[in-house]
Design a protein around this ligand. Sequence first.
Ligand SMILES: NC(=O)c1ccc[n+]([C@@H]2O[C@H](COP(=O)([O-])OP(=O)(O)OC[C@H]3O[C@@H](n4cnc5c(N)ncnc54)[C@H](OP(=O)(O)O)[C@@H]3O)[C@@H](O)[C@H]2O)c1
Length: 330
Amino acid sequence: MRVLVAGASGAIGRAVVAELVRGGHDVVGLARGQAGADVVTSLGAQPVVADVLDRDGLLRALDGTTADAVVHEATALKKAPTHYRGSGITATNRLRTTGTAHLLEAARLVGATRFVVQSMVFGYGFVDHGPDLVTEDRPFGRARGAKSDAATAAFASAEAQALAAGGIALRYGFVYGQGPASDRIVSLLRRRAFPVPRGGGGSLGWLFVDDAATATRAAVERGRAGQAYNVVDDEPARWGEVFDAMADAAGAHRPPRVPGGLMRLIAPFLADQMIGTSMRVSNAKAGDELGWRPSVPTFRHGMEAGRRAWRTPGSLSSPGPAGSRRTPRS
Ligand SMILES: NC(=O)c1ccc[n+]([C@@H]2O[C@H](COP(=O)([O-])OP(=O)(O)OC[C@H]3O[C@@H](n4cnc5c(N)ncnc54)[C@H](OP(=O)(O)O)[C@@H]3O)[C@@H](O)[C@H]2O)c1
């Protein structure tokens, strides 16, 4: 299949490109400039330079390109301190709303009949979802809290547009892993600048970056039109457990504990994610319909897989998953 990937140079996008190439697909990767184009080329894909928020420029750049499928992995998290302030997510929200609309137009232009959009389990809402497993039947796009409303609405918009067009939405858990997937968090952990709420915070679904890539390839190849899939590992875990383990794997001190009230005051968006949200997410549908299983079943396996990369000087901005992939023992 010929697959056009938007966000091909990003933390998840480059893993997706590498996985698609590994699977024998012909990949065209969208990049905004030469640096991104070089990443795309190094992964064995063909770069096309365009900004997905510039509709006319995007369609012009793709004129004459053909593809069977389009994958939307474009986000704008790199420059924004999204982990602290809700305003940092605004540019990413635009990529989910306007960017999805433009990429659906691009998909029609290149003749693609499949469309896969990145979504996240946070779109279920920044609330405590209780002890029952959250399946894809739960209402999606439920909003709460001034800052986080916009993020939830953006996930809902991206999904609604894609699903209405017969596309597929992948509700990733919190993605982490080697290279750019966790470089910023690892560097914050090293400086003891990544806070964890006292008590460890809520539970969440986690996802090793290589598994985000295999699920995305499975969705491109086998996903059912108009369907959303949860893509998380097998074990819900609290923020405190996960980041204590990541700090240990990276050779950093245990993250500092912060009282919940203080976190809500200084980092409301982070508090909505870490304290306000708790969920146990089911990955059964992705297993049944996509035949996808996480190769990294729990965060403990993931930290072992990341340990070597995080402890190797200069490896934090390594270009992708190739070479650092590991199959953990359970
Ligand atoms: N992306 C995620 O979901 C994710 C997952 C785990 C962790 N993180 C955290 O977020 C940080 C940044 O993630 P990231 O490396 O994925 O960077 P990012 O800034 O979120 O960029 C992701 C991808 O989207 C592309 N993009 C952004 N705006 C675009 C636009 N207007 N038009 C076309 N493409 C556009 C980027 O291209 P350019 O290369 O041109 O900027 C890049 O390929 C990481 O260091 C990590 O801490 C992110």
